[in-house]
Write a protein that binds this ligand. Structure first.
Ligand code: AMP
Length: 282
């Protein structure tokens, strides 16, 4: 496995793979890799001849008061994880390699980015769509792998690929969790021991919502109430949002008559964590 910082070198390698007729899978990440990322790399490795993992903490998707400078990094450990999971290349560019000072082009996806995390992080998805488009143009993958943990991101990327005619299959991968149900996240490292215990409330509250749905609840507001009651019982947790939306266009629903995405963002102390599940209406 190689680690490359330059776009030119990456393109040369990709060209040599293409000459041999290899298929290519891309796993875009911000590094500090865990089992969640590893599951994406393994799937990409099973479905493609060659796998590229990008590791790039993308500054333009962080708001001014967000954690860009403190975002955890450990490239040496990430290299071992990528190698073990079957990656062939890590693309690890510097910020200056990805963004020239005079760049004026960005990629904006409307509507579907307006609610959920987009409402709370106004520049976030423009940053994500811009960097993912650039990665798609640099790596030209056949398939790209994204986690369902970032459910809105996955929906936005699928929409962008469809709208802009990228010839790339977007593959969604299930959420990988800790034993106690907390979704794995690079940001879990910010939690103190006490906060780490409190963070289990995210998954617990979603499980209560699943129970309510199984017991016939069909009103989104009541479902949201089931979740908020659980969160409110945890003193270290503060609700950022609880949303019940259509699973494809992410528009809010009142009565549940189609497949829905139940998505939450919760502050545990200063750390903002997200979780979700999709419920298929039968
Ligand atoms: P990040 O490094 O946080 O930008 O994540 C890179 C990719 O890994 C994204 O597509 C995430 O959705 C995915 N991912 C992160 N955490 C998990 C997880 N716990 N389970 C599955 N996929 C994940």
């Amino acid at each position: 496995m190689e680690t490359v910082q330059s776009i030119k070198e990456t393109r040369e390698l990709i060209k040599s793979w293409r000459r041999n007729g290899y298929t290519i899978g891309l796993v875009p990440t911000m590094g500090f890799l865990h089992e969640g990322h590893k599951s994406l790399i393994k799937k990409a490795s099973a479905e493609n001849d060659k796998v590229v993992v990008s590791i790039f903490v993308n500054p333009i998707q962080f708001g001014p008061n967000e954690d860009l400078t403190s975002y955890p990094r450990d490239l040496e450990k990430d290299k071992i994880t990528c190698d073990n999971a079957g990656a062939d290349l890590i693309f690890n560019p510097q910020v200056s390699e990805m963004y020239s000072d005079n760049a004026v082009t960005s990629v904006t996806v409307d509507e579907i980015t307006e609610g959920l995390c987009g409402a709370k992080r106004p520049i976030h998805f423009r940053g994500v769509c811009t960097v993912v488009s650039k990665l798609f143009n640099i790596v030209t993958p056949d398939r790209a792998y994204f986690g369902e943990k970032d459910s809105q991101q996955l929906a936005v990327i699928k929409r962008m690929v469809s709208d802009l005619n990228f010839d790339i299959d977007i593959v969604g991968c299930p959420i990988i969790r800790e034993e106690d149900g907390l979704a794995k996240s690079s940001r879990n490292i910010y939690l103190s021991d006490e906060e780490r215990k409190a963070a289990t409330v995210l998954n617990k509250s979603l499980n209560s919502a699943k129970d309510a749905l199984q017991n016939g609840e069909r009103y989104a507001s009541k479902l949201a109430h089931v979740i908020s009651e659980k969160i409110d019982n945890e003193p270290l947790a503060k609700i950022d949002y609880i949303e019940i939306v259509d699973s494809v266009d992410l528009k809010p629903v009142c009565e549940i008559t189609s497949s829905i995405l139940v998505a939450i963002a919760i502050y545990i102390g200063k750390t903002r964590l997200i979780d979700n599940f999709t419920w298929n209406f039968k």
